[in-house]
Design a protein around this ligand. Structure first.
Ligand SMILES: [Zn+2]
Ligand SMILES: [Zn+2]
Length: 239
């Protein structure tokens, strides 16, 4: 389900400014904003830390935090997280973890003998707040884009934009009407034809006979192709 919004203004400016897939770009901008708030406020907020106790950040977002110069601001939060984990490990040792106290066996033994489903309920899960927000930003932006594409002026802006990446193209067409689906697929085909032409140019200039020809946008075709094929969610505070 996507969340549908009425305003086209944000979609217009997104289509005019995004240097790559507008949905990927929107997510990156919003996550960048959240990173700022993480260091200023969230990392000191009780409810936010309680969510992290349930599972912590995903690898990609944890890495981005570790690489940030504001990283030391996470000290307060991680002091609580490791303390809470210390308690969990103690419970594992003494045999009391989530309702299993009633049984007389040790939790460690139960843990070893549990089937995969039971193990999943015992092993800490990841509960990355950035990934959760990312999913929400994505849903809202896709809903807005679908609505806005009814407007011919927005379609013109879309044609001039870098267009959606493969993943967001498919997510968007899975929620659109036939008219929008056809429009998006035809525009994606135009972009692919353009990239294929640029790849031809790139390989042409690799040939030593033509290697003196001036280099241009074809040199970065691989990057545009990767951003199209694999999306471009940076997971970082700098976009
Ligand atoms: Zn995308
Ligand atoms: Zn994450």
């Amino acid at each position: 389900m996507v969340i549908r919004m009425k305003s086209h203004g944000e979609i217009r400016s997104l289509l005019q400014n995004a240097p790559y897939c507008p949905i990927c770009y929107h997510i990156n901008q919003e996550i960048k904003r959240q990173f700022r708030w993480l260091f200023i406020e969230y990392s000191h907020s009780g409810p936010y830390i309680s969510n992290l106790v349930k599972g912590g950040f995903c690898h990609a977002h944890a890495l981005a935090i570790m690489k940030s110069p504001a990283g030391p601001d996470m000290s307060y939060c991680y002091r609580i997280l490791i303390k809470s984990y210390e308690n969990r490990l103690r419970k594992l040792l003494t045999g009391t973890i989530s309702g299993r106290e009633k049984k007389k066996q040790s939790t460690l033994r139960l843990f070893k003998e549990a089937d995969n489903e039971q193990k999943n309920s015992i092993i800490s899960r990841r509960y990355c707040p950035f990934c959760k927000s990312q999913e929400l930003f994505e849903q809202v932006a896709i809903g807005r884009l679908i609505n806005a594409l009814d407007d011919p002026e927005v379609r013109e802006l879309y044609v001039l934009s870098p267009g959606l990446c493969r993943y967001h193209l498919e997510r968007t067409i899975s929620e659109s009407n036939k008219n929008v689906q056809e429009f998006l697929i035809k525009k994606a085909l135009d972009k692919i034809r353009e990239m294929s032409g640029d790849f031809d140019q790139y390989f042409h200039k690799l040939d030593y006979r033509y290697s003196k020809e001036p280099k241009g946008k074809e040199q970065e075709t691989w990057l545009r192709a990767m951003r199209f094929y694999d999306s471009y969610i940076t997971h970082e505070e700098e976009v």
